[in-house]
Ligand binder design. Structure first.
Ligand SMILES: NC(=O)c1ccc[n+]([C@@H]2O[C@H](COP(=O)([O-])OP(=O)(O)OC[C@H]3O[C@@H](n4cnc5c(N)ncnc54)[C@H](O)[C@@H]3O)[C@@H](O)[C@H]2O)c1
Length: 315
């Protein structure tokens, strides 16, 4: 019998890859809850015959109750996933990312769902400058987005301790890969750089470009999400999932330029409010809890992603 998994935010970038990963195992049937606010129907069009779709908002309790009914587990990815967006609209970020998570947890508990995996974020480390980031470090959010994810993590912990659910927060570090939306002002840097470079348009570097990230190919995150559905010993703890390498924004652009084989024009802009300077993960705990190992390294991930944008955006 296949286990039933609800993927909230399944029409998004990470969600659509997670669904593909789940279906490819043959062990799971998938229901999606999404309101298509930042996700796209196009991301799951090829999966529609194999999934059940509940279209609606995680802020609406009735919708959430309908979505969690009869599920064995939940991978909770639905969120407004951007630091600059949260700086502009902190209340909305909190409503979706923190209160929305509480609604999903609460409905899940009442429906008897035993397991929930939360998509959390490296941004919760914020102003804590120590590297690499380990889960026992004190969080120090510098954006409303990070604060909302930290609040969500706290609820995930509470539902493990108080209601004995098997829960886990996975702190993703700068995920990139095919299908990441490049078209919003809030899009991630990899998607923006690649589509600008392919269109022959300039790439904008905010600040001096020496800010660094543990850029993580989406396939690595998917493997962690799926492992979390079967792992034992989940008690609401957070685990880092990343590549374990740090690259500056300038290095990212150089890697893209090298893969493209032609130079890219650069525009400089002032550093952005609430951006973290450096971020590198220690993934030891994810190895212990999930058996996690990154299987696609940064440069290979960049190559695969660029190929996808090439095919999709330039035909
Ligand atoms: N991409 C990254 O680098 C990264 C890093 C750390 C954490 N995360 C987290 O991973 C998760 C997925 O991110 P993503 O990059 O795939 O973003 P995404 O925007 O592509 O996916 C988010 C999905 O959630 C849906 N959604 C948003 N608000 C909703 C609501 N109120 N009700 C129902 N559905 C809603 C969107 O329509 C979208 O399909 C998010 O929780 C994000 O915070 C992402």
């Amino acid at each position: 019998m296949r286990k039933k998994v609800l993927v909230t935010g399944g029409a998004g970038f990470i969600g659509s890859h997670t669904i593909e990963g789940l279906l490819s195992t043959g062990h799971y049937s998938v229901r999606v809850l999404d309101n298509f606010s930042t996700g796209h129907r196009e991301n799951i069009r090829h999966l529609m015959g194999n999934i059940e779709l509940v279209e609606g908002d995680i802020r609406d309790m009735e919708t959430v109750e309908e979505a969690v009914a009869d599920m064995d587990s939940i991978i909770h990815l639905a969120a407004l996933p951007s630091v600059p967006r949260s700086v502009k609209a902190p209340l909305t970020s909190n409503d979706v990312n923190a209160s929305g998570t509480l609604k999903v947890l609460s409905a899940a508990h009442r429906a008897g769902v035993k397991r929930l995996i939360l998509a959390s974020s490296s941004s919760i480390y914020g102003a804590n400058m120590a590297q690499p980031k380990t889960e026992d470090m004190l969080p120090a959010p510098v954006s409303p987005y990070a604060a909302s994810k930290l609040a969500a993590e706290q609820y995930v912990g509470v539902f493990a301790r108080t209601y004995k659910m098997n829960t886990l927060s996975i702190r993703y570090f700068n995920v990139f890969g095919p299908r990441q939306d490049p078209n919003s002002q809030y899009s991630g840097v990899v998607a923006k750089f690649m589509t600008s470079a392919l269109a022959g348009e300039p790439c904008t570097i905010f600040g001096d470009g020496t800010q660094s990230r543990d850029f993580t190919y989406v396939g690595n995150v998917v493997s962690a999400n799926i492992a979390a559905l079967e792992a034992t010993g989940l008690h609401g703890q957070p685990v880092n999932v990343a590549c374990g390498e740090r690259h500056t924004v300038i290095e990212l652009l150089d890697t893209i330029t090298a893969a493209l084989g032609s130079p890219v024009q650069v525009i400089r802009a002032p550093g952005r409010t609430a951006d973290v300077l450096h971020s590198l993960a220690d993934c030891t705990l994810a190895a212990e809890v999930l058996g996690y190992r990154p299987t696609v390294a940064f440069a290979e991930g960049v190559r695969q992603t660029l190929e996808w944008y090439k095919t999709t955006y330039t035909g």
